[in-house]
Write a protein that binds this ligand. Structure first.
Ligand SMILES: [Zn+2]
Length: 86
């Protein structure tokens, strides 16, 4: 009979699903926070970012989250940011 075998397989899938769901819950906690892109000006007076109209540098990605009640900001490199956005 296939019914019993199917039930066993479903059992196995359900256990696998639970294990993956637990992993996702952990990842979700670690990745909490918000991602924002910012354009900035540097200090160089001759730079295009000081021109009129200004050509600002960026976008730079900032990731902020709360650690023990404190807001922590971290600037991400472009590949890091892309990885988080995708
Ligand atoms: Zn500049």
């Amino acid at each position: 009979m296939t019914t019993k075998r199917t039930t066993q397989r479903l059992d196995r899938y359900e256990r696998r699903y639970r294990a993956l769901a637990n992993q996702l819950a952990t990842i979700g906690y670690i990745a909490q926070g918000s991602l924002a892109s910012r354009f900035t000006r540097c200090g160089k007076p001759t730079c295009a970012c000081q021109a009129d109209p200004p050509r600002l540098h960026g976008p730079y990605w900032h990731w902020s989250t709360k650690v023990n009640g404190k807001t922590v900001n971290r600037r991400l490199s472009a590949p890091e940011a892309q990885c988080h956005v995708a």
